[in-house]
Design a protein around this ligand. Sequence first.
Ligand code: NAD
Length: 730
Amino acid sequence: MTDFTMTTDTDGIATITWDVPEKSMNVMSLVGFAELDGLIDAALADAGVKGIILTSGKKDFAGGMDLNVIARMREEGGAEGIFDGVMRMHQILRKIERAGMDPKTLKGGKPIVAALPGTALGIGLELPLSCHRIIAADNARAKIGLPEIMVGIFPGAGGTTRLVRKLGAMMAAPFLLEGKLSDPKGAKAGGIIDEVVPAGELLARAKEWVLNAKDADLVKPWDAKGYKMPGGAPYHPAGFMTFVGASAMVHGKTMGVYPAAKALLSAVYEGALVPFDTALKIEARWFTSVLMNPSSTAMIRSLFINKEALEKGANRPEAPDQTVRKVGIIGAGMMGAGIAYVSANAGIEVVLIDAAQDAADRGKAYSESILDKGISRRKVTPEKKAEVLGRITATTDYTALAGCDLIVEAVFEDMKVKADVTAKVEAVVGPDCIFATNTSTLPISDLAKASARPDQFIGIHFFSPVDKMLLVEIIRGKETGDRAVAKALDYVRQIRKTPIVVNDARFFYANRCIIPYINEGIRMVAEGVAPALVENAAKLVGMPLGPLQLVDETSIDLGVKIAKATKLAMGDTYPDGAVDTVLFAMADQGRLGKKANAGFYSYDEAGKRQGLWEGLEAQYPAADVQPDLSSVQQRLLMAQVLEAVRALEEGVLTDIREGDVGAVLGWGFAPWSGGPFGWLDIIGAARAVEICDALAASHGARFAAPALLRDMAAKGQQFYTRFAQQPKAA
Ligand code: NAD
């Protein structure tokens, strides 16, 4: 069984079909590349072959490079191994591009066409880009593009050099720098592919093109005489503007913390100044440098390999299939309405209950508004809208819950209200139904006391807004059984989100880490650190929102509520009095955050964020001596990271992969680092302990290094090696 096979028809058309055995999607491996190389050689050498169609035996063309292979290449061959491997790929793709033509006259080559039945991503597009024509089936669900930048690398098999030469740097920028994906029609409009044809005509049209192709049709613009880069090369006046702008834009977006974006831009700029083959070599050098950067290792690990492993159920207990057929959602407020939408959209029948019918109807109307938006963007058809809405029954009648195999409760955050709802639900559902609560702060084990079946009681914690946020936190209470965990995981898979499974403890995992981040930012304001320094320090280290902006978004009264509840629970050991002074004062002044159009930031009447509120520095004057940037960053990062380590020490987290994936997807923890454990591995445990000791001496015991970290520093260990021993960790 091989990844590529070739057949030649009576007209002399060789069809090379990519069909990786036992996979639903083609991914490129080194072995696959070697097979393709052999078949191309054979077809080019065979006088009976007039031209070649490269296609797929699956519904899609290819999902990209097997990133596990890249990880292995780095481990085994280091920089030299990677560079040689990449140059070998370039040679093969260049051979396809030149297709046996005479290098001087550019005549006599064999036409090679890529026929894409569906999705073509990463190397799955870089390979077609080396062909002489790209024809795609008209398949609206297909995605075409180069998403490498999203996992911390960039298109390194010639995709960068080819696309820039094809479209010009400016037009190629969204595809390369933002990983923009398009459907086939969009890809054609964007100039990435050449033709879109009805699916049933794909191969016939490809063959027709091959049979009619002339010598000139095979010559890429960059191989033809007098080629000029569209939009101008760097030293052309127009090109100059592009590169100056792009450089500033990339830095503005990435804050300089993503090595891939910078390297990509360098490969584009430097490559534009030299002949095509030299540009490929430059691309390979920058690609190698990115793959050798620990940030790319960490990003690939968390955002691709481990994310996928968790989605496939890496931590799912043994239990029969728990696919959800009918879900009951209690509480049709902000969260319940979102949960109803994602469930119905995934094909699950939904009963959406609220105390009053109009509240239930409002909850259902939320789905309608999202679907309408989809229709206006041509992502949703009216039929699909009717289908999804048809799955949602909005009611106040609990008997409608009969037949539900899962309940998700999202009523007010109140122990008593939730307990009443639990009893009411259990009176009408069958004995196998799993009951999940979406609480953010109440212990699952306490809520489970209201249930007659605590082994079937679990936490499924969504993040807001539900339809956008990718992470779902599943919380095991003390008595939660394996089937409930399996049910929650199967449900999260159905709604196509990424799950982590954690044990029950205050604020579970994500909120446990994010609250100290917000608090540290507010504490600094109280100390007289300039608020702009706090916010910019956070962004410059890769946090999507500064802590003050974040608390404005989540609302200051929620912060006050959480602070009061935490203080009540902790008593004298409560450490955040200094934070509360600022937070409570903001709330007293009615500055409740974004929703009130007033918080740590000012907002205009339309609710658009302006700048930091000027009154802030008047109330908390900036100290004469300001801390340096890195010490502010260390405080902001360590506040989160140490909570993650403590969560692991305490057994709240049982798998560091979940800690990292959860952090990046849940609250946007510096994605370039791959997550808190990824970050600690990058700086090393010894350095982390040193930072903790210094911070603890100047700012207090909250920064004391956890015993686990000290032990790892003493032994020179990394998280991903120490915990790799466990069968669960990657
Ligand atoms: P919300 O106030 O918007 O919605 C709660 C809904 O529950 C209201 O529509 C209310 O009418 C309904 N309700 C109250 N008592 C009921 C009862 N006895 N029977 C039926 N319906 C009842 O609140 P929300 O923001 O959607 O939060 C709901 C839950 O989700 C809370 O437990 C909250 O902690 C949790 N949560 C919220 C967020 C968030 O960002 N808002 C995030 C994660 C989890």
